[in-house]
Design a protein around this ligand. Structure first.
Ligand code: SF4
Length: 268
């Protein structure tokens, strides 16, 4: 895959092997080809050539932790901010103080152009399935504190409790939301992709019966994948978010549209 535009979002990856070992991650399947490694400059040059009317958001990244190399990630975000688009990233890391300071400056500069730098912090489970996100992934507590820090720094933070997994107890989602409900702009769930060979099911230690076949619409990968759509989790989390007056989404684009809409209406 090069740079895929999906619903006004251009999806970007550094393409290095991810530094983490999330047990549910589809990149560990034989069906997933990691993208070619590329530098911040290469990515920026490629995006400059795209028709900028076709996208309003740049999304880093769907197949690795974008802050594996924090300096390179900041360099990329800084370059991309010159394109005058919203920039959205997902991370599992607790970023260093200097990285955070740079991101705050970029966010402030983007806001002057009517755009936002929107971080999403992912936590898939709390205690019942902590094996899913082993060290060196920062602990749940550290990531929760990082969400609070991002919020204090003026970011509209997406809390990504994704993907929804059958090995995570529903009450845990409630517990996680309680910890961050005053610090996040919205909550994001997500469906779970796994391979037909059973590699990912083996990694999470669970055979999944309730599943459907699907393609990945966010990358150019045409292998056969299964998905666990997490209907029961979706209903449960949606109801709990509604009770707490928090917006809940299953896809990142509507979440970004919601956050940008709020930002722009506050600006009028
Ligand atoms: S951080 Fe993301 S890409 Fe890396 S192993 Fe975890 S889910 Fe996969």
């Amino acid at each position: 895959m090069d740079y895929k535009i999906v619903g006004k979002r251009v999806i970007v990856s550094f393409g290095q092997k991810c530094c983490f070992d999330c047990k549910y991650c589809y990149t560990f399947s034989k069906n997933f080809d990691n993208f070619t490694k590329r530098s911040a400059k290469e990515i920026f040059k490629a995006l400059q050539k795209l028709d900028c009317k076709k996208f309003d958001t740049i999304y880093l990244s769907c197949d690795m932790e974008p802050f594996v190399n924090e300096k390179e990630a900041v360099k990329l975000i800084m370059l991309l901010s010159g394109l005058g688009k919203n920039i959205h990233f997902t991370t599992k890391k607790v970023l260093s103080k200097s990285t955070l300071n740079s991101l705050v400056k970029i966010n402030n500069a983007l806001q002057k152009k009517g755009c936002l730098l929107i971080p999403a912090v992912t936590i898939a489970a709390m205690k019942s399935a902590s094996f899913l996100e082993p060290a060196p992934i920062p602990s749940v507590e550290d990531r929760i504190n990082f969400i609070k820090t991002l919020s204090k720094c003026g970011f509209k933070v997406i809390f990504a409790m994704r993907p929804f997994l059958p090995v995570v107890g529903l009450e845990e989602y409630k517990g996680l939301i309680d910890l961050v409900k005053n610090d996040v702009a919205c909550v994001l769930g997500g469906i779970f992709y796994f391979d037909s060979e059973g590699v990912i099911e083996g990694r999470i230690g669970c055979k999944i019966n309730l599943c459907e076949e699907s393609l990945m619409d966010f990358v150019d990968n045409y292998s056969k994948w299964y998905v666990y759509s997490g209907e029961k989790e979706r209903e449960f989390v949606n109801a709990y978010c509604a009770k707490n007056n928090i917006k809940f989404f299953m896809r990142s684009k509507p979440a970004i549209n919601y956050i940008c809409g709020q930002f722009n209406s506050a600006d009028e």
